[in-house]
Design a protein around this ligand. Structure first.
Ligand SMILES: O=P(O)(O)OC[C@@H](O)[C@@H](O)c1c[nH]c2ccccc12
Length: 252
């Protein structure tokens, strides 16, 4: 874990909460029958669609206002318009998410669903079923341990990195699906060059996801040209007409 560099106050606050054991935390160990992410990607390729992970994110530390329409309807619209997979925020305080949203959405669609949250302890994994969970290298102390704990429960794991050093950590821990976050967690600023600088050193057999800051069809092309196997898009889809936004990116 890298401790250098300050984190944005919102991120600090989320982490503080994530590290505490909350009363009533589900003690029963979950076992999930995950929908295959790699099959979903192969399907997108076969159908000539951009492999898009569309994110249900009602708000965020960098968003003005909160989207209050039914997250299940938004999710269904994303899938109807060609999203390959979904990402659902479950962090309530700063992203307006909930595990209940995830549960309902996963029931309503048949594509793989990623649980987007700040998981730092094994117990958090048992909160709700998902097909994939996110682990952020910078925040996890024992990455190898948490990665296997997630895989033992049946989850596929998206391991998020921001630079080459974190990429090394992810690979050493056994990650096979890696996301490069274009947003830095200190200033919350986006630079698509982040993906472009890390992607060339990622081994060929890794599934590589470009995350954050992808807005235009030109951005999609740029990330695909740089080697992205999938693209994770939140704000640009959540802002305005979700169906139209998804369609535009899927057909880029
Ligand atoms: O809204 P954007 O810029 O399209 O970004 C989506 C996604 O990458 C972003 O929500 C994200 C990436 N990593 C995270 C970790 C926690 C919470 C959120 C995120």
């Amino acid at each position: 874990m890298n401790v250098d560099g300050a984190l944005a106050p919102a991120v600090e606050s989320i982490l503080r909460t994530a590290r505490e054991r909350t009363p009533g935390e589900d003690a029963e160990r979950i076992s999930v029958d995950a929908r295959s992410f790699s099959d979903a990607l192969a399907d997108a390729e076969e159908n000539g669609r951009v492999p898009l992970i569309a994110e249900v994110k009602p708000t965020s530390p960098t968003t003005n206002g909160e989207r209050t329409d039914d997250p299940v309807e938004l999710a269904e619209t994303m899938v109807e318009n060609g999203a390959t997979a979904l990402s659902v925020l479950t962090e309530p305080e700063h992203f307006g998410g909930s595990t209940e949203n995830l549960r309902r959405i996963r029931e309503a669609v048949d594509v793989p669903v990623l649980r987007k949250d700040f998981i730092v302890r094994e117990e958090q994994l048992d909160a709700v079923a998902a097909d994939l969970v996110l682990l952020i290298v910078r925040f996890v102390d024992d990455l190898e341990g948490l990665l296997s704990a997630a895989e033992e429960r049946g989850f596929q794991v998206l391991v998020e990195v921001h630079d080459e050093e974190e990429l090394r950590e992810a690979l050493d821990a056994g990650a096979t699906i890696i996301g490069v976050n274009n947003r830095d967690l200190a200033r919350l600023e986006v630079d698509l060059g982040t993906f472009e600088s890390v992607a060339p050193v990622v081994p060929e057999d890794t599934t590589l996801v470009a995350e954050s800051g992808i807005t235009t069809t030109a951005d999609v092309e740029r990330m695909c040209d740089a080697g992205a196997d999938a693209l994770l898009v939140g704000s640009a889809i959540m802002d305005g007409d979700v169906g139209e936004n998804t369609r535009r990116l899927v057909n880029a």
